[in-house]
Design a protein around this ligand. Structure first.
Ligand code: ADP
Length: 386
């Protein structure tokens, strides 16, 4: 059992003299709140993580992900709030007594030790019997597919293999909570995809709660049971990948989750006979029942709004007189889909059309310069305050 509870956690970094700032540490661009005490790097962070849950903290650089993770690890003091692991208050418990392990972006392996020695190290420190150490290292090596490298030194390994060793060293202790801070960021794209799948497999084989930090929304979406989206030290939304994709609570989340990015338009929300519709140029789209109910509950008033529509939710309109008028600037054929940059409403709008759907409708693949009247469904139109 390892439930992790963060209750109203806060981190304040004291103001620093410019000269005291860490050498080489680049200033991260954020709009963090500043108080008399210092910079509020994390505020009002509350989250209940279930036993064996895989939680991903995601957000742009400087939003407070690592700080949060480091507070759970005990590497950073907690300025306010409470941290519980397995029901025990951990705020003042030393890192080594928290029964957690952490994997870092830069692997942090000991270069003079073999892979086996690296992986055995935390168990040696805890004075495990030799036979037990051997057994656990062998098991972890097998899970991670690095048995054949056990006698090598880290420098004789590839980046992906080194990261496996770092993960191996973290899991031999069978920690209650495994913390991972951007573990795949130093790997190239292909290896990153491969390791992502490895982490999913690993997760199925070990009984551990995972807290994983990344700035990459794809990694967050594919790995997390739930993801926590952060900005400027503040949680923006917590939900399953599907929830945050389908129901982003604000413009930031809507723009951050999903690739290519959601399109945003200046549009109008209208209400007739008690029903909401959005109007964009000649397209008037009545919203779905779920969205009607949601807007009614929040008593949203008609008027100017920002309309969000994902590229894959835009469809060709048969009748141009009831559509948004666009012109194809660039058509990129990807095989199963065509990605279009469309000049519409005075902005670059991304449209993804499935080739099979086009063929089924007897529609040619849109060419550069051609007119593209389009519309969208009332269930995929996202309404945000302007
Ligand atoms: P992320 O992991 O999301 O990139 P961090 O948690 O590393 O963000 O940083 C959050 C904010 O706190 C940033 O503005 C960063 O500059 C600041 N920060 C991080 N570590 C320190 C520190 N030791 N002293 C002062 N400010 C820090």
């Amino acid at each position: 059992m390892a439930e992790v509870i963060l209750k109203n956690i806060k981190k304040v970094y004291p103001h620093q003299e410019p000269a005291k700032k860490k050498k080489g540490s680049e200033e991260k661009k954020t709009n963090l709140q500043i108080t008399d005490e210092g910079v509020l790097a994390v505020q009002e962070f509350s989250l209940n993580i279930a036993d064996k849950e895989f939680i991903v903290l995601v957000g742009p650089s400087g939003c407070g992900k690592s700080t949060t993770l480091r507070m759970v690890a005990g590497l950073e003091e907690i300025s306010g709030g409470e941290l519980y692991i397995d029901g025990k208050l951990m705020n003042d418990v030393a890192p080594k007594d928290r029964d957690i392990a952490m994997v870092f972006q830069n692997y942090a392996l000991y270069p003079h030790m073999t892979v086996r020695e690296n992986m055995a190290f935390p168990l040696k420190l805890k004075k495990y019997p030799k036979e037990e150490i051997r057994k656990r290292v062998d098991q972890a090596a097998e899970v991670l597919g690095i048995t054949e490298y056990l006698d090598r030194k880290p420098k004789a390994l590839s980046g992906g293999q080194r990261q496996r060793v770092a993960i191996g060293r973290a899991i031999v202790r069978e920690p209650k909570v495994l913390l991972m801070d951007e573990p795949l960021s130093n790997l190239d794209a292909k290896l990153r995809n491969q390791m992502r799948a490895e982490i999913i497999k690993l997760r199925q084989r070990i009984d551990t709660t995972f807290i994983y930090v990344t700035h990459d929304q794809t990694e967050a979406m594919t790995l997390g049971d739930r993801i926590v989206i952060m900005k400027d030290g503040v949680i923006q939304q917590i939900g399953t990948p599907q929830e945050v994709f389908d129901h982003p609570t604000n413009l930031f989340v809507a723009g951050f989750i999903g690739t290519p990015q959601m399109n945003f338009f200046d549009a109008e929300l209208v209400k007739e006979d008690g029903r909401y519709a959005v109007v964009l140029e000649n397209a008037r789209v009545e919203l779905s029942e779920a969205k009607q109910a949601n807007l009614a509950r929040k008593q949203v008033q008609p008027g100017p709004i920002t309309l969000g529509v994902r590229p894959e939710h835009i469809s060709l309109a048969g009748d141009a007189s009831q559509a948004v008028r666009g012109t194809v600037d660039v058509a990129e054929m990807m095989g199963s889909a065509v990605h279009l940059h469309v000049d519409a409403c005075g902005r670059d709008t991304i449209v993804i059309l499935q080739t099979m759907d086009l063929q089924g409708a007897g529609h040619p693949i849109p060419a550069t310069g051609s007119a593209l009247p389009f519309t969208f469904g009332g269930n995929v139109a996202h309404v945000f305050d302007r």
